[in-house]
Design a protein around this ligand. Structure first.
Ligand SMILES: NC(=O)c1ccc[n+]([C@@H]2O[C@H](COP(=O)([O-])OP(=O)(O)OC[C@H]3O[C@@H](n4cnc5c(N)ncnc54)[C@H](OP(=O)(O)O)[C@@H]3O)[C@@H](O)[C@H]2O)c1
Length: 392
């Protein structure tokens, strides 16, 4: 009986709990632990089988280690926030348990994420004989596996990758974010950055824009160049990669609100004095915005996330577009969450499944690009995120 501990009872943690609970032959026993016990209990009550729940502060290494020791899981799945990555990795090392997450570490006081903090744990995980799998969501996660799938089955070399993340969903709210507002707004308001010819090129936030025609008649969307964490691991692990860029769609309405909020200082992440109290404007804004979980029943439309990849096969230049389309309403019917949480939670479950079944094994810290894409791609088709490849 394999045991897993899921940390974080937010939008993504809820999907992971649903998907793992539906596979008792892989996930024999489950504990869902988070800062707020009632959120864990609410999720547990909607599952088709009994799981354990617990309250834990994942910033507190001794408290978390104590909980891990008492439950004795094979794997801890971190679906809390990127701020907790390092403390959860420490607790895994202290208790001898494997680790998985979906987002790389970001210090709370600087809106800048990079893998160096977590890659620095490689030696300690190696020595402990444990595996840490980083970024097993959709992007990062599936997008990197899409690239390694194309490299394994369609191309000899990859030269350029454009990851394109489009959300055609409409929740009917004047302004809301589809996942944790603080993390989302920090990411969107950061400078753009892409990999070209062995170096990073910086751009002003959202300054590069293109029109993208989505597949299967989904229409056109404006997409904007952003920095995203898988660019760093792709640049490191895809040999000979000349250029890697990440694009995300935003509606004019979303950008208008974001611009005004930025102009009035509401997206600041430094402390300000307010009526004798110190507050961080972005955290205050988060408290005012709709909880992403509440958007589940309201959101209609589809997401389409994929990679346009060019390279060479047998000396000929070839291009492929590999993508998944996910329907917000279908996700809600299945697991009571919209497609943004669903497209993150399903790959987290599938990554965990590969580790528990021994398809993905090893000692050290791993990114998705380092592992065999085949069993993961197979399971995407089986567990709710079917993909297609078209030649360009
Ligand atoms: N790779 C991808 O494709 C992708 C896409 C979207 C999101 N993500 C990542 O997925 C993760 C979860 O996102 P989400 O949208 O589910 O966020 P969320 O709804 O805000 O949920 C986060 C959960 O973590 C819990 N938490 C926060 N701090 C904690 C602590 N110190 N100890 C214990 N629990 C704590 C929160 O508890 P409370 O509710 O009690 O505060 C909440 O339940 C984030 O890291 C996000 O960056 C990845």
């Amino acid at each position: 009986m394999k045991k897993v501990m899921i940390i974080g009872a937010g939008g993504v943690g809820s999907v992971v709990a649903h998907k793992c609970a539906a596979l008792p032959e892989v996930f024999g026993e489950i504990m869902l632990a988070s800062r707020t016990l009632s959120k864990c209990d609410q999720i547990a009550a909607t599952l088709g089988r009994t799981i354990q729940t617990a309250q834990v502060d994942a910033d507190n290494i001794p408290e978390l280690s104590h909980l891990i020791r008492s439950f004795q899981p094979e794997l801890v799945m971190n679906l809390a926030l990127p701020y907790q990555d390092l403390t959860i990795m420490e607790a895994c090392l202290a208790t001898g348990v494997n680790y998985l997450d979906t987002a790389n570490y970001e210090p709370p006081d600087t809106a800048h994420f990079e893998y160096s903090h977590q890659w620095a744990y490689d030696e300690r995980f190696r020595q402990a004989g444990l595996m840490a799998l980083l970024g097993s969501g959709f992007d990062p996660g599936v997008t990197s596996v899409f690239c390694t799938h194309i490299l394994k089955h369609h191309l000899d070399t990859i030269e350029t990758i454009d990851i394109i993340d489009c959300n055609g969903g409409d929740h009917g709210q004047p302004f809301a974010t589809n996942f944790n507002p603080e993390i989302n707004i920090r990411e969107v308001t950061a400078k753009g950055r892409y990999w070209q010819d062995g170096q990073w090129i910086e751009t002003a936030p959202l300054s590069e824009k293109q029109q993208f025609e989505l597949p299967e008649g989904l229409g056109n969307m404006n997409i904007y160049l952003m920095y995203h964490e898988e660019l760093e691991s792709l640049a490191r692990f895809i040999p000979g990669l000349k250029r890697a860029r990440f694009w995300m769609s935003f509606s004019d309405n979303y950008l208008k609100h974001l611009e005004v909020l930025g102009n009035v200082g509401m997206t600041r992440i430094d402390e300000v004095e307010f009526q004798g109290q110190k507050i961080i404007p972005l955290q205050f804004l988060k408290a005012l915005l709709p909880d992403p979980a509440s958007l589940g029943p309201l959101t209609k439309g589809k997401t389409c996330i994929g990679c346009r990849i060019w390279g060479h096969k047998d000396g000929l230049k070839k291009g492929f577009y590999i993508y998944n389309i996910c329907d917000h309403e279908e996700c809600y019917r299945e697991v009571k969450s919209q497609a943004i949480s669903y497209t993150t939670g399903v790959p987290a479950m599938i990554g965990a499944k590969q580790m528990l079944q021994g398809h993905w094994q090893g000692a050290g810290v791993f990114n998705m690009e380092q592992l065999d894409p085949d069993p993961f791609m197979h399971d995407l088709n089986l567990y709710g995120l079917p993909w297609k490849v078209v030649e360009l």
